[in-house]
Design a protein around this ligand. Structure first.
Ligand SMILES: [Zn+2]
Length: 519
């Protein structure tokens, strides 16, 4: 596992339901204008068909669900974060491997790449999945095996057992019968060649998405025999431009502007290309669909998302000729974070588009319901959880924290966002901790500090001012997500004032070139 992945294991920006909407003056910096290279093509905010918002609330999927459960009108983005390292370790069923050499940012691809998206896994309790094709048959191959594969009558049900695969073709019909397959191999399932590559999946409870049930591309069922919870991973291989509409439809409120959809398409594409470069030869998927990566619901009918991807086809953000991992999150709370502070210390983050400088003024995201919020924690419980969590995660510097007297901001970034905190324990000893790390510690489940609390109980960001009040730790917080790169609420506010996608991207990734990498 490379250093970045290792670092990513230590972080999560998993997001919870919203609490308070705060007022405050809208104060936006003027966009500076995007630096363009010659090969770049202007992004125009042409009128895309503003049709069919599919979700009642606009924001898709997990976000909307969380929101509805919480009873708050909050947007929950998935802050392409980064527990993929943990995912990788989990997938391998091993502890993290020794660091591999650091990954450089990729060169822009000259043709459209495919991306491998893990959408979920088959649960150990009932490890089966039914796959329905667009036609009468499905084609099942063993990747890497020269054999032509097996054609089965659709739908085919795949069940993982101690003896390997048991498959049934024409499952659920009177013609149902066993289908012979390689017992323990990874299986790749696809429609026949002259059919649209769209599959329907049912039965796997942890599959992402939900409201739209068709999945573009092929599906791989990858056995993970040592995984205690999900013995099979479900991984889709999809062309990049086919993948992206299902990201936008879930990452943004469907009713949001055309231009914010276009800016989001460029950011999501750029980020995904960097994940491909990082993971292609290291594990069996590039990104996770959902809060551990970026959201994805498979095929979408949301026309604005489809048009925004088509209208920016191949367009990526570059810095010195290489792709920028264009992180984004729901709401920065007014001041943004640099990737080095909030994601990891990887060298790929030491680039101006991912840094925060003094010139970076207050962001205009105060319409977010998570612009300001407050959480409370039982002080004694957190005092017990913190060193236990540190032991789980291997942070030796925090092993000896004994009780809690104070937590104060030790250092802020140029924009004023905390990057480190100082903890004073009951004995008066001082400890320093990075902001995102403190957030992770506060989000640890007191009963099992290696695990996260339920998402509704988690801190929404590390942009916090903690205060000990009696027996409680009162946390005044701002924003939702890691705060690096594009702030989705801020971007939408800019777009509503008429900003073009290029101006939005310029504000949030300063100095980056907007380039059309492939046609
Ligand atoms: Zn913001």
């Amino acid at each position: 596992m490379d250093p970045q992945a290792f670092d990513r294991n230590r972080r999560t920006f998993i997001l919870a339901a919203a609490v308070l909407a705060a007022g405050g003056a809208l104060s936006c910096e003027q966009p500076q204008g995007l630096k363009r290279s010659r090969s770049s093509k202007p992004l125009e905010g042409g009128e895309a068909g503003a049709s069919g918002a599919t979700g009642a609330s606009g924001a898709g999927g997990d976000a909307a669900k969380t929101m509805q459960q919480g009873g708050n009108a909050a947007k929950q983005p998935s802050a392409n974060t980064a527990k993929q390292g943990a995912e990788a370790a989990k997938a391998d069923g091993t502890t993290p491997k020794p660091p591999a050499p650091p990954v450089e940012r990729p060169l822009p691809p000259t043709t459209e790449p495919a991306i491998r998206v893990k959408s979920g896994g088959l649960p150990k309790s009932d490890p089966k999945i039914r796959i329905d094709g667009p036609g009468a048959h499905l084609w099942i191959i063993e990747p890497g095996n020269a054999q032509p594969g097996t054609v089965g009558q659709s739908p085919v049900e795949f069940r993982w057992t101690d003896a390997g695969w048991k498959a049934t073709e024409a499952a659920g019909t009177s013609r149902a019968r066993p289908l012979a397959l390689p017992a323990r191999a990874t299986l790749e399932i696809m429609a026949l060649r002259d059919e649209p590559q769209r599959l329907k999946l049912s039965g796997a409870t942890s599959i992402a998405g939900g409201k739209e049930s068709e999945w573009p591309g092929t599906v791989r069922l990858v056995p993970q025999p040592t995984d205690p919870n999900e013995p099979v991973d479900v991984v889709h291989e999809v062309p990049m431009e086919t993948y992206l509409p299902g990201v936008l439809a879930q990452e943004l409120f469907n009713k949001w502007t055309v231009n914010v959809h276009r800016a989001q398409a460029v950011a999501a594409r750029s980020w995904a290309l960097c994940e491909i470069a990082q993971w292609r030869n290291r594990r069996h998927f590039d990104v996770v669909a959902g809060e551990l990566g970026q959201a994805w619901i498979g095929a979408t009918k949301h026309q604005r998302s489809i048009d925004a991807v088509a209208g920016t086809r191949g367009e990526v953000l570059l810095w010195t000729g290489r792709v920028v991992p264009a992180y984004y999150s729901s709401c920065c709370g007014g001041e943004r974070a640099s990737a080095r502070d909030a994601i990891s210390s990887s060298i790929v983050h030491d680039i101006p588009p991912l840094m925060v400088t003094k010139k970076d003024g207050r962001d205009c995201c105060s319409s977010s319901p998570t612009y300001r919020w407050q959480s409370k924690f039982d002080l004694a419980t957190f005092a017990r959880t913190l060193p236990a969590w540190a032991r789980e995660e291997g942070y030796a510097s925090l092993f000896k924290v004994d009780g809690l007297r104070r937590i104060e901001i030790a250092e802020r970034n140029a924009a004023g966002r905390p990057v480190r905190f100082q903890i004073t324990d009951a004995k008066g000893m001082l400890y320093e901790v990075q902001a995102e790390r403190l957030r992770f510690a506060l989000n640890a489940d007191p009963a099992r500090p290696g695990n996260l609390r339920p998402s509704k109980d988690r801190l929404k960001s590390a942009f916090i001012e903690p205060l000990v009040v009696g027996k409680e730790l009162v946390v005044s917080g701002r924003g939702h997500g890691h705060g690096v790169g594009m702030c989705q609420y801020g971007a939408e506010a800019m777009a509503k004032k008429g900003a073009k996608p290029s101006a939005i991207l310029s504000r949030y990734y300063p100095g980056a070139d907007l380039v059309k990498a492939y046609a």
